[in-house]
Design a protein around this ligand. Structure first.
Ligand code: BV8
Length: 246
């Protein structure tokens, strides 16, 4: 993997909840601990659930939002920011397509981040579409309302909702001429992100996966790194680019 990184000119990385696992944010499927253990995330992450019980859904999202704000980027996030810096400083291109909504990539210094599933840190007025960033403390009343009195919702993409058009266009553009594609910390179940590896492959990219376990796409991957991203990525980066410059 390190050798591939030293030669690649157009790198695309797809990340999922596993990249944030070592920061302490629960992966999407185990975001259901404690008081949320009795709920199915896919039943809460839908427009129908919000329609049916906006208080329950916004309480869950605010609980996760605060959890994300209390977490810090881990060495895996920092390694991805370093890869972007090394590739772009030698004239290459780097695109980070993330399914994560926690903005830890941006806090780690990644620049070209495409939020495929939106962000839990930003909320949106359901009437005007106005975006607001709530204070970094638990909301006081549920469901929260915007200044015009309409319901506020997290600016995430729910199951059954289209991904932002700008994100899909950016992903298509990056995948069209990628020469190296990484999928990191995702079970590769959720569409359309899970399909990106096939688009990259079709366009001639070499594909790598970093994950502690096999995923739904492992058998199509050229190079598999079995392990935690917070451990493997810093090793790959050190071998490819040497120790972090002071
Ligand atoms: C859409 C935001 C048009 C909200 C999320 C085609 C075929 C089949 C189904 C569909 C299809 N097209 C659309 C669908 C329906 C649906 C879908 O894909 N369903 C799945 C369940 C089959 N897709 C949609 O609805 C999408 N919209 O396509 O619109 C349309 C609509 C309807 C019908 C047709 C077309 C919208 C999907 C976006 C949903 N929103 N998030 C929120 O966060 O609350 S998805 C949610 O799942 C998160 O974003 C999460 O990131 C994502 C994917 O999960 P993962 O990231 O993979 O996380 P997971 O926990 O599963 O896995 C973690 C991985 O990390 C594991 O592999 C683990 O081993 C690994 N790991 C653990 N520790 C570490 C680690 N890896 C590295 N290091 C570690 N330390």
């Amino acid at each position: 993997m390190a050798l591939l990184l030293t030669r690649a000119q157009r790198v695309v990385v797809l990340t999922g909840a596993g990249v944030s696992a070592e920061s302490g944010t629960p992966t999407f499927r185990d975001a259901m601990t404690g008081l949320w253990a009795s709920f199915d995330p896919q039943q809460l992450a839908t427009p129908e659930a919000f329609e049916r019980d906006p208080e329950l859904v916004t309480r869950w999202y605010d609980h996760r939002r605060i959890g994300c704000l209390e977490c810090l980027p881990n060495p895996g996030h920092l390694a991805l920011a370093r890869i972007e810096q090394e590739i772009t400083s030698r004239g290459g291109s780097f695109t980070l397509l993330t399914q994560n909504v926690d903005r830890l990539h941006q806090r780690a210094g990644s620049q070209n981040v495409v939020e495929l599933h939106g962000s839990i840190i930003v909320w949106r007025c359901t009437k005007t579409g106005e975006l607001i960033t709530p204070q970094p403390e638990p909301m006081q009343s549920f469901p929260p309302r915007s200044s015009c009195g309409a319901l506020l919702r997290p600016d995430v993409v729910w199951f059954g909702e289209m991904l932002p058009e700008a994100a899909l266009i950016a992903a298509d553009r990056a995948l069209a001429d990628a020469d190296l594609f990484f999928t990191i910390g995702t079970s590769s179940v959720v569409q359309p992100a899970a399909n990106f590896i096939f688009v990259a492959k079709r366009n001639g990219a070499t594909t790598c996966e970093i994950n502690p376990t096999d995923t739904a796409v492992t058998r199509w991957i050229d190079l598999v790194g079995r392990g935690k991203s917070g451990e493997l990525l810093p090793q790959v980066v050190e071998r490819a680019f040497g120790p972090e410059k002071a």
